[in-house]
Design a protein around this ligand. Structure first.
Ligand code: GDP
Ligand code: MG
Length: 196
């Protein structure tokens, strides 16, 4: 079966969103990554349980403009990645805000992955792994600490998210409903791309 999943990555500036996507797509890391100024859509084909899945990951720039198109944008997503970094407490505190934005616009069972990035910077850690885990448990998110710099848990965690999206879609048993969902997704995607 060939599938197309659309994933959005959110979080405060400088937490490493662009680097995470780059690590996942190109297995590369750029120390001097500039704050992105344009919305980037990146794709990668993965295989899960014999299903070929095209993952589209949207990495949004400038969160200021976020509010104007948030709803339509988020509604078209099949899964979400929320990112903080373990060396900046404020980015962790802001996860509540990002989570709320998602919940207001997504279907209830849309999988959400919470990533605590920069886990290579152990000396500078201010957010404990336990705090990350607790937040994720409370809000029913999947949780990993990761490092875009050394690659730890980047591929793992995103594959895990894709697997959950797959399972969620397969569990929609009614084939009629499945077809509707597919069409809706296509519609959403149209609106979604126009934003950019
Ligand atoms: P974004 O604004 O969330 O897209 O963040 P960027 O991907 O542009 O990264 C912001 C800064 O954090 C850059 O200087 C990166 O080099 C750095 N960075 C990103 N991920 C990591 C990581 O896992 N470890 C370390 N040490 N630095 C990282
Ligand atoms: Mg960026």
């Amino acid at each position: 079966m060939e599938l197309n999943f659309i994933i959005g990555i959110f979080g405060e500036g400088r937490v490493g969103k662009t680097c995470i996507v780059k690590r996942f797509i190109d297995n590369d890391f750029d120390e001097h990554e500039k704050t992105s100024s344009n919305a980037d859509k990146l794709e990668k084909i993965i295989e899960i349980e014999k299903n070929v899945i095209n993952l589209e990951i949207y990495d949004l720039p400038g969160q200021e403009s976020f509010h104007s198109f948030a709803k339509n944008y988020i509604k078209g997503l099949n899964g979400v990645i929320l990112v903080y970094d373990i060396i900046t407490k404020d980015t962790f505190d802001k996860i509540d805000f990002w989570f709320k934005q998602m919940k207001e616009n997504l279907d209830d069972n849309t999988p959400i992955l919470l990533l605590g990035n920069k886990c290579d910077l152990t000396d500078k850690r201010v957010v404990s792994k336990e705090d990350g885990e607790k937040l994720a448990n409370d809000k029913n998110m999947v949780f990993y600490e990761c490092s875009a710099k050394n690659g730890i848990n980047v591929e793992n965690s995103i594959n895990d998210l894709a697997k959950r999206i797959l399972n969620q879609q397969l569990s929609k048993k009614d084939p009629k409903k499945k077809e509707e969902t597919k069409n809706n997704k296509k519609e959403n995607k149209k609106g979604f791309c126009q934003i950019f």
